[in-house]
Ligand binder design. Structure first.
Ligand code: NHF
Length: 460
């Protein structure tokens, strides 16, 4: 099959989890013998050969577009470049700059496909990712009538002025002054997907509008990097690694918990964890002495200073790292700590619990979205369990879960070992990118089960 992918991020350009996801999808589709074309804004990175150049009219001016192509066998990445698309601020500059970028991208993508189609024929399907590519997806559909698959990695729930649809030559899709591009993208598509089953149902208020064409395709995890064999300390037993890691932070040995993520108020839930630490320090002083927390991340200054104040107050228990930690170091940490805490309020899929499981750290996560779908909780199935699920936004619930798991680590090493092994197997076998792509290929042909509101929702 020939698949055309549209995405605002593609490695090496990376802002969040989107780049890794789209790159893995493209690479795995290509490995499954498909021809894959990716159209992405250059964001100032001109890698590859100049493939073509042409002019577009946009914002009342003529704009010169250059397209750089890099090719790895049947995978071809086309980076689109012009004055707007070259801006290194991936989601900018500013809100208006971003909206103009989406218009430039739509018109430049049309120019490029117009060029490719003459020489090479048309793609069998167009797979576009997140709202930034909606204008491009709609314009390509208008001129080339391709089947459309739209993937929402995370709902943004924003609106944009209709003017940008008019500028993109898509007035027919903009009957109101403000348009929700996610709604439009889903409306014009043949199949709409999101990255976990639970996230789909949590956001049913949105997805119900497209019932009949909505489904989930789980993300995968690339365990070739998140692999114990690649750790510097791979020959040292896990208990020893933990001691060494804690020592490197100036902490004595104890039950080691780790958090890694953005310090924000809306999603990642670091505030729930900080409350839980406060609660434990007050109500369970004896047990608290044995607990160690390594908290990595940055963001909201108020949350950073709250975390730092806990570090000062509990200098024998808490370490807060607000500097950038490289991936190799993060891998050493996952492979050494006992538990990883993922207290998100919502999570479309979530990488942290997957990375932790790849490296044998047991995740304690909120029972939401992809976290709920990927962790098998001790409370649901002791034999297959890979971690523990707790309700989101519940500091007391989390505090009790931490105590429970600390006790388990001290008293039941067999079960702990089983959780670690189950987690590794689950991440490596059940959530591969190859599996994701096999399902996308079925979605491209519309041979995939849909979310049906009158059928009971079952666990994967
Ligand atoms: O992994 C890529 C990523 C997800 O959970 C993540 C998210 C945004 O929030 O699919 O998209």
């Amino acid at each position: 099959m020939r698949i055309l992918i549209l995405a605002f991020e593609y490695l090496p350009v990376k802002v969040g989890g989107l780049a890794e996801a789209v790159t893995s999808i493209a690479e795995n589709l290509a490995a499954l013998d498909n021809e894959v074309w990716i159209f992405t804004p250059s964001h100032g990175k001109h890698t590859g050969e100049l493939a073509t150049q042409f002019k577009i009219r946009v914002g009342g001016r003529e704009e010169e577009v250059r397209v750089y192509e890099r090719r790895e066998n049947n995978l071809r990445v086309f980076a689109l470049s012009d004055n707007s698309l070259d801006n290194p601020d991936v989601y900018g500059p500013g809100w208006e700059g971003l909206l103009w970028k989406t218009v430039h991208y739509a018109k430049a993508s049309t120019g490029l496909l117009n060029f490719l189609i003459e020489k090479e024929g048309k793609p069998d399907v167009l797979h576009f990712h997140d709202w930034h590519t909606v204008l491009a997806g709609a314009l390509l559909r208008k001129y080339f009538q391709l089947p459309l698959v739209f993937t929402l990695h995370r709902l943004n729930k924003g609106r944009i002025p209709a003017m940008y649809f008019h500028e993109a030559n898509l007035s027919e899709l903009a009957p109101y002054p403000e348009i929700d591009p996610e709604y439009t993208g889903a409306f014009i598509s043949d199949v709409v997907t999101t990255v976990s089953r639970s996230y789909l149902w949590e956001e049913w208020d949105f997805f119900r509008n497209f019932e009949g064409k909505v489904t989930h395709v789980f993300n995968g995890i690339d365990c070739s990097f998140w692999n114990e064999e690649l750790m510097k300390s791979k020959n040292i037993p896990r208990e020893e690694r933990r001691k060494l890691v804690l020592q490197s932070f100036g902490l004595e040995d104890g039950v080691a918990f780790m958090f890694i993520g953005r310090f924000d108020r809306g999603q990642k839930g670091v505030d729930t964890l900080l409350w839980a630490i406060e609660l434990l320090s007050e109500s369970n002083r004896e047990e608290f002495k044995n607990l160690r927390f390594i908290i990595i991340g940055k963001g909201d200054p108020a949350l950073e200073s709250w975390a730092k104040s806990l570090e000062n107050k509990f200098s024998e228990n808490v370490r807060v790292i607000t500097e950038m930690v490289n991936r190799e170091k993060v891998r050493e940490l996952y492979g050494s700590v006992d538990f990883v805490i993922v207290p998100s309020y919502f999570e479309p899929f979530g990488l942290v619990q997957m990375e932790a499981m790849c490296l044998g750290a047991i995740p304690i996560g909120s029972s939401v979205g992809g976290i709920k779908d990927t962790i098998i909780s001790l409370d649901d199935d002791v034999e297959k369990a890979t971690g523990l699920l707790v309700p989101p936004k519940d500091a007391m619930g989390l505090a009790l879960a931490l105590l429970r798991m600390a006790k388990l680590r001290n008293e039941n090493p067999e079960l702990i070992k089983k959780l670690r092994e189950n987690g590794k197997r689950r991440a490596r076998e059940d959530f591969t990118w190859k599996n994701a792509c096999i399902r996308y290929l079925r979605a491209y042909k519309n041979e995939v089960g849909k979310a049906v509101s009158f059928l009971p929702v079952s666990k994967p």
